[in-house]
Design a protein around this ligand. Structure first.
Ligand code: NOJ
Length: 512
């Protein structure tokens, strides 16, 4: 019996469902497609998978606009497919987490439809955030809040009232002061827990409650904002924690919390709240030993159960981010090196589908194929997130590269012929094999290392860390650095040069 709960040091693999694997030929990934690829995930060596929303939805935001929280959208399959997937995942030794979207529903949700047809001040409207224009300023938004996706956060109805949507207009924000909203989400959590899920990823976890009076603001994410990280939100997670704890089998929740400090983040993972929250500071850090060190220090000081993540379906893939201002080949070398540092650190790590293939952001998608509302709401000023959501290349030499029997909902580039899972499985030097080896090494060491990280002396542009007899070395500089004293090299992200660690390279070293 392990002494620590599974999520404490799990490696969780994010599946962006519509882009993982398609079983039907409609060009959109689905639950049966995932089920067929479970052996790949088990071979990769991850502990758990997190599925992005697959619920009934008009898909105005890739499914983060939910019309029915307790059913599967026909695009992705059925509840039976879901049950089969849970059972098979468990048979493969994989835990399964699902996404919960509590900040907003779809405008097609029956509650919102009822609200639209109900009068101002009605109980139907009270489940969402409806307001009138400020006194004496008809036609003006109730406050100056902006949508995260661009443009105002308010949409006006023919009767003159406005409703709040922190994201797209098709995603109206719930009123979390309304007890029916709280109750309904508890019902939804129970629904999926009863079906055997091991946990939840909570979308926009810091947004549920807004400050009384909805005052104007220009503050971004963070605890001083009237929009984000309001103290009342923690009561929601206390209730959810009680529910999760009432189920057997260590069910866990990870919050999507964008904030400005590790201290605020830590509030979400107090012992009676969420188990984890994403550590986006790690993802936001530039390629710099100093920046990495600062994030690691702040995280380990503030967080009892740290997490680490480099990419997800909302950000530019880190192979591409790390190549900015450097040679294009540096992106992949750095991504591989950073993986070793991330997997070395105590806590759990979240991977995003395709990073194990070394995929880069697809930047040149033409406007006519783009789907992300961010692109449209900013009139193309922001490219949006489609570039990290292109369907995965599995096999073959031409699109759809084994993604499914039909096409793909976003076009795949020609250079992916060299990056398919099939091609990389046949090449022991591939990024896929590097991920497999790194994950296997982490499993072997798991439970044998102290959680305490110490910092052996290192040159300014390098990062040396140690946990007991394991040392992680990362070179973010432009010159080779001498490796710290060790007996064996366990794994490296690229070739070493004798006792020297080349630039853009990471390694794990053991002292016997
Ligand atoms: C965060 C999700 O990860 C993102 O994809 C979505 O657009 C927003 N929340 C709104 O739900």
């Amino acid at each position: 019996m392990r002494e620590t709960p599974w999520w404490h040091d799990a490696v969780v693999y994010e599946i962006y469902v519509r882009s993982f694997a398609d079983s039907t030929g409609d060009g959109i990934g689905d639950l049966a497609g995932i089920r067929a690829r479970l052996p790949y995930l088990a071979d990769l060596g991850v502990d758990a998978i997190w599925l992005t929303p697959f619920y009934r939805s008009p898909m105005a935001d890739g499914g983060y606009d939910v019309a029915d929280y307790r059913d599967v959208d026909p695009l992705f399959g059925s509840l039976d497919d879901f049950d089969d997937l849970v059972a098979d995942a468990h048979d493969h030794g994989l835990r399964l987490m699902v996404d919960i979207v509590p900040n907003h529903s779809s405008a097609a949700h029956p509650w919102f439809q009822k609200a639209l047809n109900a009068p101002e001040g009605s109980p139907e409207r009270d489940r969402y955030i409806f307001r009138s224009s400020p006194a004496g300023r008809p036609g003006t938004e109730p406050n100056n809040w902006l949508s995260v996706f661009g443009g105002p956060a308010w949409t006006r109805l023919p009767d003159g009232q406005w409703y709040l949507h922190l994201f797209a207009p098709q995603q109206p924000d719930f009123n979390w002061n309304n007890p029916e909203v709280r109750e309904d989400f508890l019902t939804t959590l129970r629904f999926w827990l009863d079906r055997g899920v091991d946990g939840f990823r909570i979308d926009v976890a810091m947004g549920l409650h807004k400050a009384e009076g909805l005052p104007d603001t220009t503050i971004g994410f963070g605890a001083r904002s009237p929009i984000w990280s309001r103290p009342e939100v923690h009561q929601v997670y206390r209730e959810w924690r009680e529910l999760l704890d009432s189920y057997p089998g260590e069910r866990a929740a990870v919050g999507e919390v964008w904030t400005d400090s590790a201290e605020d983040l830590a509030l979400y993972v107090r012992p009676d709240e969420l188990h984890q929250s994403f550590n986006f500071a790690w993802l936001e850090a530039p390629w710099s030993a100093t920046a990495f060190r600062a994030v690691i220090d702040a995280t380990l000081t503030a967080m009892p159960a740290p997490t680490w993540v480099l990419s997800n379906h909302d950000v530019v893939r880190h192979t591409t981010r790390y190549a900015e201002g450097a040679a294009p080949s540096a992106g992949l070398a750095r991504a591989r090196a950073a993986l070793l540092t991330m997997l070395f650190l105590p806590g759990s790590a979240y991977l995003y589908q395709g990073e194990e293939l070394g995929l880069t952001e697809i930047k040149d998608l033409p406007p006519e194929v783009r789907q992300d509302p961010v692109f449209f709401r900013t009139q193309g000023a922001m490219p949006g997130r489609d570039g990290c959501r292109v369907p995965l290349p599995w096999s073959g030499t031409a699109p759809p590269y084994g993604f499914g029997p039909g096409g793909t909902w976003l076009p795949q580039p020609a250079h992916w012929a060299g990056l398919t899972a099939e091609r990389q499985t046949a090449d022991p030097d591939s990024t896929l094999w590097f991920y497999r080896r790194a994950l296997a090494a982490r499993r072997t060491l798991r439970g044998t290392l102290p959680d305490t990280v110490t910092w052996p002396d290192s040159p300014a542009d390098a990062l040396f860390l140690s946990r007991g007899r394991l040392i992680s070395a990362l070179n973010c500089g432009t010159e080779p650095v001498r490796l710290p004293p060790h007996d064996r090299v366990l794994i490296s992200s690229g070739p070493l040069d004798g006792a020297l660690l080349p630039p853009d390279t990471g390694a794990w070293l053991l002292r016997d």
